[in-house]
Design a protein around this ligand. Structure first.
Ligand code: AMP
Length: 204
């Protein structure tokens, strides 16, 4: 069993900006961003797993844990084999996983969680507006329908938010998700750069 991946978790409700921040971080050498939702969306919808994803996500529900963890494991393996992710050099930035306690437990053998960025947005309406905008921009069916959006928030409150308590509180940094992407990034970097410096030797 190889070493566990040194990991930062991007945590927060749907629409809080995890994907935006993750994509920016992923552009910086020494960070590798993986969004579970993006991996699901890249599946062929005629495959078994792709069809299951469509079924669950179009209702705002989570894909069952066993399928999700297996897909995540295979994807991480592929990224590593292709050297897109280099565990000895890159800090793994995970977004959208783990999404419940079962997933957190299933991932524990694979992840060395060094930091958790909790993107906090108390303004539900602002998040819903963001989600509707991206539904159009990114052609996301699950964010086009307000009933599905509300279901996604219910699932987040019930299943995902307890995941924060699974990890030691000292790992968690709360960052306001209300500012511009650049403002939010400033605070995200304040939290993750020291983690990178402590755990990796990054030559200039
Ligand atoms: P996201 O792009 O993270 O908002 O995810 C979109 C949809 O993909 C979710 O509503 C779920 O249906 C599915 N999904 C993404 N990540 C997970 C996960 N870790 N566990 C189960 N389902 C997930």
């Amino acid at each position: 069993m190889p070493d566990r991946y040194k990991t930062v978790l991007l945590f927060g409700a749907p629409g809080a900006g995890k994907g935006t921040q993750g994509k920016i971080l992923g552009q910086i050498p020494g960070f590798f961003h993986l969004a579970c939702g993006d991996v699901f969306r890249s599946l062929d919808t005629t495959s078994d797993l792709g069809a299951k994803f469509l079924d669950f996500s179009s209702r705002g529900e989570l894909v069952p844990d066993e399928l999700t963890i297996e897909m995540w494991r295979q994807n991480m393996h592929a990224q590593t084999v292709l050297s897109l992710f280099k565990p000895k050099v890159d800090l793994l930035v995970l977004d959208g996983i783990p999404r419940n306690l079962g997933q957190a437990e299933a991932l524990a053998p694979y992840l060395d969680v060094l930091s958790i960025i909790h993107l906090v947005c108390p303004d539900l309406d602002a998040m819903i507006q963001r989600m509707k905008k991206r539904a159009i921009k990114e052609n996301r069916l699950d964010d086009a329908d307000e009933r599905v959006i509300r279901r996604r928030f219910e699932v987040y409150d019930r299943e995902t938010s307890p995941v924060l308590q699974y990890y030691p509180a000292k790992l968690v940094t709360e960052v306001s998700a209300m500012g511009s992407p650049a403002e939010v990034l400033e605070h995200v970097l304040e939290a993750v750069v020291p983690v990178q410096n402590t755990h990796f030797h990054n030559p200039l």
